[in-house]
Ligand binder design. Sequence first.
Ligand SMILES: Nc1ncnc2c1ncn2[C@@H]1O[C@H](COP(=O)(O)OP(=O)(O)OP(=O)(O)O)[C@@H](O)[C@H]1O
Ligand SMILES: [Mg+2]
Length: 225
Amino acid sequence: MSLPHVIVLATGKGGAGKSTLARALAAHWLAARHKPALVDADPQASISSFHDPDGLMKAITLMADPEVATVRQTILDLSQGHRPVIVDTAGFRNQTTIMAAICADLILIPLKAAAEDFREAIAMYDLVQELNQTPEREGRPLSALMVLTMTTPGTVIARHVRKELETAGYPLLTAEVTQRVAYPELSMRGLSPSIVDPDGAAARDIAQLAAEITKRVGGAHVKAA
Ligand SMILES: Nc1ncnc2c1ncn2[C@@H]1O[C@H](COP(=O)(O)OP(=O)(O)OP(=O)(O)O)[C@@H](O)[C@H]1O
Ligand SMILES: [Mg+2]
């Protein structure tokens, strides 16, 4: 399968790792010589406020647009010259997120191994299935994939959450975003591991995740609506 064109990071749970992952994936695909763009659709503007237009990730086009009236056009405009367009959204449900989701190829739902994240990830997955019933998406359903973030490998809680989701048939990626200090350290400068330390462990995590996304996108392994 191919690299998705528009990827929207979304969950109604704040602090699940959306912005970190949006930036990390953009950095990965930049390093892999694709032409990613970022849309900061979060009114808190966390990606835009730390982005350094002269820094190592300056080749990534970044647009801040948290407005429900315009976000869709912003994404469509960027998708003319960029792939993937990665959209970061608010840490709570809002209309801008829904508007962005409607024009996505993939909704990526990050969750920590914790009860609130689990509940909100399922709510977001269910919302995607509702969007798939709308005329906008008829015949071309959105894909949704969940990904565990900030995990400590081998912990009981992470295994438990994975088992619960898999048993219930939710599409959870095998790759995880491990808890690593590199993410918060680099985010202060708007940077990400794949650019700063491409051979490091965090960059390897993200490369695995990106490869799995590319392989699974398109619906073949995604739970049907
Ligand atoms: N894999 C990771 N390892 C360590 N820290 C991480 C990891 N992912 C995210 N963090 C840290 O966790 C915090 C929350 O992450 P982030 O801001 O990406 O979440 P978010 O879902 O975008 O939050 P919000 O809903 O507020 O926008 C940040 O301080 C970030 O640096
Ligand atoms: Mg955020």
